[in-house]
Design a protein. Structure first.
Ligand code: ZN
Length: 371
């Protein structure tokens, strides 16, 4: 069988059972299958317990005693799909595309790591120390695995993330970071007619605050601020005594992240309506994965690898975060989208471009030769 036929057979196997993030047994089953694959090419493997809420992660390495890794390769084992999806929508192939739950987000990326190593020049594998990290909970922001990934990434010179390439084949050279803020406002209620001025309207404060926060977005730096949720009040004839807003911020660099964070907390110190007080907390924080000097080197190397394999590579900057953002946070150069190309993720139209499978495997094998 050709590489492509083998790849599709292996892909069908790991798409054929449910592995939504909450399906601990399913995700662990995917890890076990990949463990067998990596052991078959001489890698030493470890299933890693990351707590009862998620499946096992897989660590695979050709030089387990190495004190550094030349490259870390990461992809995730979980999908967004509920139990029953694999049976209802098993993998199918129509023309140049494969369909099925997780077929390109991220099962083809998981397999592409294995195939790229398997097809690499054995001398390169002998020369390099390669760490493979497959995590079980990317689709829920890697809450149980980000620390584990970084405990390995910290020893790596560079990292490749095997999310699918974009539908047009583009890789991802940078990703925006994001933060979530929750502001709660406390006023006092009163009759809107008889005792209007006795009340202190929390909604008014919340609206003014939201507008001011929205105004912190900087088009020159392409930072954005989105007051995405607003809740407040109990009835139109009652002065609202409480309100709550949730705000999402996005930024390309860590400097912009810090500047936005300071500015939004400064807003929380002001008075937005008389006798209304507020508290602000940052409930979620993801660092930017910036396009830095270090990243540029990686981008150039991967572009060269593609060229040597006969195709031109294009790159995009993405607004959404991935595990690349966590790795970037500790200063390791990282690029994303190293898997075969696909699109329409997280819905029943999700597809994998079969025509990109072999070229991307060869590209990554070549990359290993160039580093
Ligand atoms: Zn996804």
């Amino acid at each position: 069988m050709s590489t492509l036929e083998n790849f599709l057979k292996d892909l069908e196997e790991i798409v054929s059972f449910d592995s939504g993030t909450g399906n601990v047994a399913g995700v662990t089953h995917a890890a076990e299958i990949m463990k067998t694959h990596f052991e078959s090419i001489g890698f030493s493997c470890q299933l890693v317990d990351l707590g009862p809420a998620v499946g096992r992660g897989l660590f695979a390495c050709n030089k387990p005693d190495a004190d550094h890794y030349d490259v870390l390769m990461n992809a995730h084992l979980d999908t967004v799909f509920p139990d029953g999806t694999a049976k209802a929508r098993p993998m199918t192939i129509k023309g140049d595309r494969a369909y099925g739950p997780g077929v390109s987000d991220c099962k083809s990326g998981v397999l592409a790591i294995y195939y790229a190593i398997k097809n690499a020049d054995p001398k390169d594998i002998e020369r390099l120390s390669i760490a493979v990290v497959l995590n079980p909970d990317e689709e829920t922001s890697s809450g149980y695995s980000a620390e584990w990934i970084n405990s390995i990434a910290v020893k790596a010179k560079r990292a490749l993330i095997f999310e699918a390439a974009r539908a047009g084949g583009e890789l991802v050279r940078s990703r925006k970071g994001s933060s979530t803020y929750v502001a709660t406002f406390n006023g006092s209620s009163s009759h809107a007619g008889n005792a209007h001025y006795k009340g202190a309207n929390a909604n008014v404060a919340a609206m003014r605050f939201a507008l001011a926060a929205y105004g912190l977005a900087d088009p020159d730096h392409n930072t954005t601020v989105n007051p995405g949720i607003m809740k407040g009040g109990s009835a139109s004839n009652v002065i609202s005594d409480s309100a709550r807003i949730e705000i999402d911020t996005r930024y390309w660099t860590n400097e912009d992240d810090v500047a936005l964070d300071e500015a939004i907390f400064k807003l929380a110190e002001a008075t937005w309506s008389p006798r209304v007080t507020q508290t602000l907390t940052r409930t979620n924080h993801i660092s930017a994965m910036p396009f830095s000097e270090n990243t540029k080197e990686l981008v150039d190397l991967m572009t060269q690898a593609a060229k040597e394999e006969g195709f031109d590579l294009k790159w995009v900057d993405a607004g959404g975060a991935s595990d690349g953002n966590h790795i970037a946070e500790i200063g390791i150069p990282v690029i994303d989208g190293c898997g075969p190309a696909g699109g329409d993720f997280h819905c029943d139209r999700e597809f994998l471009r079969i025509d990109t499978i072999e070229e991307r495997i060869r590209m990554v094998s070549r990359f290993l030769h160039l580093i």
